[in-house]
Design a protein around this ligand. Structure first.
Ligand code: HEM
Length: 210
């Protein structure tokens, strides 16, 4: 499959996965939130803003991998790049506040590691571009965008994690369905992050070898 086709497939899958998750927040009504809201003055507005800027980062990130824009319109590439990294920083910092309201420790740690890696890889990407090391810039931005996509993979993986839970418990559901879903949502970001990081490093290595 050529890279243009895979780009389109990944783009469409990402939108199909993330937009329904964003939908309950379009109404800006804390009652409609899928996540339990304990503070309407801090947690909810922060969550909404996180989602808004994360979505901009997702779209801008996809546009940065369009070869035509990169090679023919470097100014547009730089402009979208600025939108990408500004959105990552704003959304990443806001997510650090949202994390405070999560109760499960494994889930807290997964989002914390995700946010730190998101910001770190993006800083490395900007830094290498400023030093005109475009090879390193491409590598770090690929890592940064791969981490952005954990928002997609973490959600796509949930049905597989549910299946693994069911199978590993000998086709039983100790604690019922609710506990199974809760357990899956406590680990899905870890699983998504690990898989995305392996895929990203594989892509980077493959590019080097080719
Ligand atoms: C990669 C770094 C990211 C971090 C660290 C992060 C962090 C978080 C956190 C902590 C929550 C609250 C979860 C909870 O309380 O259970 C959340 C929710 C959410 N985030 Fe992000 N996020 C990231 C990327 C993204 C991206 C790229 C999008 C795409 C638009 C996104 C969209 C959402 C949505 C829609 C929710 C609400 C989920 C729901 O209702 O189930 N996030 N995020």
């Amino acid at each position: 499959m050529n890279s243009r086709k895979s780009w389109w497939i990944l783009f469409i899958i990402s939108l199909c996965v993330i937009v329904p998750f964003m939908a309950p927040y379009f109404l800006i009504d804390p009652e409609k939130s899928r996540i339990q809201i304990s503070s309407t003055s801090i947690q909810y507005p922060t969550l909404i803003s996180h989602i808004f800027f994360a979505f901009i980062a997702l779209i801008a990130g996809f546009l940065q991998f369009v070869k035509k824009i990169r090679s023919r319109y470097p100014r547009i590439h730089r402009m979208i790049g600025t939108i990408y990294y500004t959105s990552v920083f704003i959304s990443g910092i806001l997510s650090l506040i949202v994390i405070f309201y999560i109760e499960n420790f494994s889930k807290v740690m997964s989002f914390l590691v995700l946010a730190i890696l998101w910001i770190f890889t993006t800083i490395k990407g900007i830094h290498s571009a400023k030093k005109k090391n475009y090879n390193a810039h491409q590598i770090w931005m690929t890592r940064s965008f791969g981490i952005t996509l954990v928002a997609v993979s973490g959600r796509v993986l949930v049905p597989f994690i549910l299946l693994a839970y069911f199978l590993l418990n000998g086709l039983h559901l100790p604690g019922g369905r609710e506990r199974m879903v809760e357990e899956a949502l406590n680990v899905n970001i870890w699983v998504g992050l690990l898989i995305n990081l392996i895929i990203i490093e594989w892509i980077i290595l493959k590019r080097k070898v080719d």
